[in-house]
Design a protein around this ligand. Structure first.
Ligand code: SAH
Length: 353
């Protein structure tokens, strides 16, 4: 709920600042129960408690990786569950959030795709992931350390109203207080929604999952390309109104002998060279039922060195591979299959800020 929602909840005649008080208690003080909103009169507190539930997400399980990453399986009110990932680093902490339960986009290299879509998350369930992870990891001291990536389960742009509402609540300095430029949304390329996102006053940074170096290859890997062509996606990127501090990010999952050749790297350069952007390479994180292999590190390095000549290019270090928390591995896995440490060692280089 935002301030207006809370206002509507209050009995007629309550002054407007009451909604603000509840809002701050919920999102800035992170109270556990409405009885803790001590700025309200007792009678109003009791009334609210009788009529409302806090809606905090329950914890079904937490998996801790040896690299410090934590994957959470969080319970929703309808007995569904969704994943969120906490990734601590020296200079920052990154929270990876889900925007849908499952995902309707059938990318051939991603485990979440195998779930299909169960439902959209509400703005409350998106913000709720942040509150839960912040609470559990005691992230109070400096909200400026917190980065949020909407890169968990789901295609965020197919749930845009909830994503934008959650972003407004997360960025409100009087609420959760996350810095707007530290929130990034990633899309498989839902073109009309990219134009819609561009209109929002408060919006995350934009990342595009490119993953193919030409139309045909991308169609194979991301069948959604049949509907939203790569050519039109690149046009949407050209049209996208970047703010002064902003760059577009392109993500590119490298699949051995599929899209990891030098010719692919050169085609990627042609696609993005005229854009204010950076490229994040992700060597495939493997999973059961995924018919692709991870490229060798020298292949990744060769690809990077070609792209880097034109635009900044980083290799995303996988986090929580051993607990199925890395990119493309979120599928509510309850039992853990061991991933070879050799895979975890493939990646040395860090992403930039
Ligand atoms: N649906 C959105 C949000 C998910 S972001 C999107 O497609 O952008 C997750 C990122 O992980 C995407 O860039 C996706 O291309 C990448 N990814 C998916 N499966 C992967 C895998 N098995 N290994 C590495 N990266 C993967």
């Amino acid at each position: 709920m935002d301030v207006a929602d809370l206002q509507a909840l209050l009995p007629a005649g309550e002054p407007a600042f009451r909604a603000r008080q509840i809002y701050e208690a919920l999102y800035a003080k992170r109270i556990a129960a409405l009885s803790e909103v001590t700025t309200l009169a007792k009678a109003l507190r009791t009334d609210l408690e009788a009529r409302c539930e806090m809606g905090h997400l329950g914890r079904n399980s937490r998996f801790d990786s040896r690299d410090g990453t934590r994957r959470y399986l969080l319970g929703l009110h309808d007995a569904k569950s969704v994943e969120a990932v906490f990734m601590p680093e020296e200079a920052r902490d990154t929270l990876c959030l889900s925007t849908q339960v499952g995902c309707p986009v059938d990318c051939k290299f991603c485990l979440t795709a195998l779930m299909g879509l169960e439902r959209n998350l509400t703005a409350g369930e998106i913000v709720g992931q942040v509150l839960h992870l912040a609470q559990d990891n005691n992230l109070w001291a400096d909200q400026k350390r917190i980065n949020i990536v909407l890169m968990g389960q789901g295609e965020p742009l197919l749930n845009l109203p909830a994503v934008l509402k959650a972003t407004r609540i997360l960025c409100d300095a009087r609420g959760v207080g996350i810095v707007q430029r530290r929130i990034t949304v990633s899309t498989a390329g839902i073109i009309p929604k990219i134009y819609e996102l561009a209109q929002a006053e408060i919006r995350p940074r934009l990342a595009i999952s490119l993953n193919g170096s030409n139309e045909e290859q991308r169609r194979e890997l991301m069948p959604i390309t049949r509907k939203y062509h790569l050519r039109d996606l690149m046009q949407a990127c050209k049209d996208y109104p970047l703010r002064p501090w902003e760059k577009l990010t392109f993500e590119y999952v490298l699949l051995r002998d599929v899209n990891d050749a030098e010719v692919d790297a050169r085609r990627v350069v042609q696609l993005v060279a005229n854009l204010n952007c950076k490229v994040n390479l992700i060597a495939l994180n493997p999973g059961p039922g995924i018919p692709y292999q991870t490229p060798d590190p020298d292949r990744v390095a060769a690809f990077q060195s070609i792209v880097m000549k034109s635009v900044p290019c980083f290799v995303r270090r996988p986090r929580g591979l051993d607990i199925y928390a890395a990119c493309g591995q979120l599928k509510r896995m309850e039992s853990l299959v061991t991933v070879s440490p050799a895979i975890a060692e493939l990646f040395a280089e860090d992403e930039d800020d």
